[in-house]
Design a protein around this ligand. Structure first.
Ligand code: SPV
Ligand code: MG
Length: 431
């Protein structure tokens, strides 16, 4: 009797999986690998049920003899452990980023012995519907909202990309790359006040009101499933902030970050070049406490952003505020800096972590952009936000294109740089 192995990355069983099982049975006994949560999230399949539930689900299927956990999306570890005679897989991994996983599987089979059998991938209306239902579930507020807290628990560092429209939301949702033999992607989205304002041709001074910001969030939510962190500026008046917390929570936003400034807010990247006033610890703590009091679920997070380093108030002030805001109920601390190197950010994080091992820390490495995610994680940072790169990437190309069409009195010269719309719309889901 031959030993057959296949790996499942699903929360629901459809015809495609049953087909694999039926094929496997022709060869021998079947061991199914349940891909771990940690590996699933890098694979664009955020789990909607626990690993225990997935194991039980797979065990309950006729034709499955054993279920094991596959810890990594690559196959070498599990093949060494299970030593199957045959690995069976759909033929949908021969191209695109998933090919790297197939290559790893083929190499491991060569090393440890065994054969790869590929069966034709089942894709029909029913399978498409099952996939869509899973996606819709992830987009529901109750799933999306708690996903940030889940990610903080699961990942060494949660990677957040700026989105300011449905399209940039889709890019953040769907971009997957192959990186050192593994797949990688962003974990969620940051709705930057700077980019949301810039996209409207407005300055970043809390001029774009909450109703407009909610529209941006809604546009993004319509076409994505990943968790959303809102840049909440100063949070506005406490009396208004509490209402906004309720709204954001109900929509399924995972977190709002509010900064300890008051009066006319200016963007932090201006630092002390413009007049900016920091709020008192007492006032800002009261705002956080009121927000926490207003929220209904345990999932939503209010994260306090400290501007002491931006406003050159010193490390002691930053740390004092961090502990005070945490004690007022903040679910996380964002520490910001506009220095070119990360020394002051690392100093803050190391000192904060001496006394607090658990409160999540968020950073925005726009100025100190040479730091790697790995280095940030080593200093106890939980969330990295790439706060404005998509907007800054698009702007110069749009401007240059406009200039060249004006100069040439036609569009021919710019055309070779432009993506055909046929390609752009492959991003857009049709119902
Ligand atoms: C934003 O993206 O709007 C931010 C981050 O608040 S920063 O621009 O660095 O202040
Ligand atoms: Mg902002």
């Amino acid at each position: 009797m031959k030993k057959v192995y296949t790996c499942f990355t699903t929360d629901i069983i459809h015809e495609g999986h049953l087909n694999i099982i039926n094929e496997a049975k022709k060869y021998g006994s079947l061991t199914v690998g349940a891909l771990s949560d940690k590996a699933l999230i890098r694979y664009n399949r955020f789990p909607t049920v626990s690993i225990e539930e997935r194991i039980n689900l797979y065990k309950s299927i006729d034709g499955v003899d054993e279920v094991v956990v596959q810890d990594d999306m690559t196959y070498d570890g599990i093949i060494e452990k299970v030593r199957p005679d045959i690995v069976i897989h759909g033929d949908n991994w021969t191209k695109g980023p998933e090919k790297t996983i197939r290559d790893n599987c083929v190499a491991a089979l060569k090393k440890f012995g065994g054969e790869l059998v590929e069966v034709s991938y089942t894709y029909n209306e029913k399978v498409a519907k099952a996939d869509l239902q899973l996606k819709e579930k992830l987009a529901m507020p109750e799933y999306r909202r708690k996903r940030l807290r889940q990610l903080i628990e699961m990942c060494p560092i949660v990677k957040i990309m700026e989105a300011h429209s449905g399209l940039t939301g889709l890019i953040t949702e769907k971009t997957v790359v192959e990186n050192n033999g593994r797949l990688d992607q962003f974990d969620g989205m940051w709705i930057s006040s700077l980019c949301d304002s810039t996209d409207r041709g407005k300055p970043d001074i809390e001029l774009v009101d909450m109703t407009s910001r909610l529209r941006t969030i809604n546009d993004i939510m319509e076409v994505t499933t990943k968790p959303i962190i809102l840049d909440g500026d100063t949070g506005g008046l406490t009396e208004h902030f509490v209402y906004n917390v309720r709204t954001l929570e109900r929509m399924g936003v995972s977190a709002v970050i509010i900064e300890d400034k008051t009066g006319l807010k200016k963007n932090s990247l201006f630092g002390t070049e413009v007049v900016q006033t920091q709020d008192s610890i007492e006032n800002f703590s009261a705002k956080i406490a009121a927000g926490k009091q207003a929220q209904l679920t345990d999932d939503f997070m209010i994260i306090a952003r400290i501007e002491s380093l931006i406003l050159e108030q010193g490390m002691d002030d930053a740390l004092k505020r961090a502990f005070a805001f945490r004690d007022a109920g903040a679910d996380g601390i964002m520490i910001h800096s506009r220095k070119k190197d990360p020394a002051e950010i690392f100093e803050f994080c190391d000192k904060f972590r001496e006394k607090d091992k658990t409160t999540p820390i968020v950073v925005v490495p726009t100025s100190f952009n040479q730091v790697t995610e790995e280095e940030l994680a080593e200093h106890g940072i939980n969330i990295v936000i790439y706060a404005n790169q998509l907007m800054r990437a698009a702007f110069p190309v749009m401007q240059q294109t406009a200039e060249e069409i004006l100069k040439n009195h036609r569009a021919l010269e710019v055309d070779s740089r432009l993506m055909p719309f046929k390609e752009i719309i492959t991003l857009i889901d049709e119902l």
